[in-house]
Design a protein around this ligand. Structure first.
Ligand code: PLP
Length: 298
């Protein structure tokens, strides 16, 4: 297999991504005791970089982790990954793990938290054809881990519910899934937030999910367009009856869903509001106030 192009920053050292590895005793690996954030670089500029760094720091605080780096230093490490990798369109992840406990102990307070970051080529949750024709979504039979057990606003490595949902989607001739909560509402999907459109108004679930920066951007776009956008409980039945459905993620922006539980949504093609919002989402990448240029050597 060809090595992935990219650069990593591993606890203070720079290296090619293909050479980066985590110590096997790091609790990030053996206990999923980690938090992370993902930003993207598009046409040589980070999109909403400091929003990602702030959210990452809030996630760390939520897990009682700390690092000897300021917000600007974390941003500079992310910029350094993209710049050293020479990637104009990149997926840049920054991760804080609990680290290694002293030999013979398992006390999380004794660990020195570690920072790992890397840039790799841009990742899309949907391929080109799916972005054009729309995704096929199912409602997963697996529940999302509830926020009473784990505050999902903290970006975390507890992905097994999401991964089982992905398997189920593939088993059922779909590409993505929505994860339900115990009360019959939906939460989010593996790596994305969900919006439904009905009679020209948007709605997106309010709890038990990771609050995406793409979701935030879509809410801002909706406000600019003077569209109603409710952040509230969204029941599974509303998804079936929606005029349009779309999902949002840093890994690819806004992607249409055209089939839900085997039934066509609207006329079975990406809806007009979804297309307009997608266009405005990428247009925002030209706004200097939201972008941070990456300094490249060449
Ligand atoms: C579980 C989950 N929900 C939602 C999102 C979307 O967040 P963002 O728009 O910040 O990428 C992600 C990540 O990318 C995620 O992992």
């Amino acid at each position: 297999m060809a090595a992935v192009k990219g650069v990593a920053f591993m606890d203070g050292r720079w290296m090619p991504l293909a050479e980066a590895s985590v110590p096997i005793l790091d609790r990030g690996f053996v206990r999923s005791d980690a938090t992370y954030d993902v930003a993207h670089v598009w046409k040589g500029r980070f999109f909403r970089l400091m929003d990602h760094v702030e959210r990452f720091q809030a996630s760390m605080a939520g897990l009682r982790m700390s690092l000897p780096y300021s917000a600007q230093e974390i941003a500079d490490i992310m910029i350094g990954c993209a710049s050293r990798a020479g990637l104009r369109d990149a997926y840049v992840q920054v991760t804080c793990t609990r680290g290694l406990p002293p030999p013979g102990t398992r006390d999380p307070r004794l660990c020195r938290n570690r920072l790992y970051a890397f840039a790799q080529p841009f990742v899309w949750i949907a391929d080109e054809q799916q972005r054009r024709d729309g995704l096929r979504m199912i409602l997963s039979g697996t529940q999302r881990i509830p926020p009473e057990a784990l505050d999902q606003r903290i970006k975390n490595f507890h992905w097994l519910d999401l991964t089982m949902g992905v398997f189920e989607a593939y088993d059922r001739d779909a590409t993505v899934c929505a994860m339900p909560a115990a009360d019959g509402t939906i939460t989010e999907g593996p790596g994305f937030n969900i919006f439904v459109v009905k009679d020209g108004a948007l709605a997106t679930p309010h709890r038990g999910l990771f609050e995406g920066i793409t979701r935030r951007t879509v809410m801002e776009i909706a406000a600019d367009l003077q569209l109603r956008c409710d952040v509230r409980a969204v029941h599974a039945e509303e998804v079936v009856a929606a005029d349009e459905i779309f999902v949002t993620s840093t890994a690819g922006g806004v992607s249409p869903v055209t089939v839900y539980e085997g039934r066509a949504i609207g006329d079975g093609r990406p809806g007009s509001l979804t297309r307009r919002i997608t266009e405005l989402y990428w247009k925002r990448h030209e706004d200097d106030a939201l972008c941070t240029p990456v300094p490249y050597d060449d």
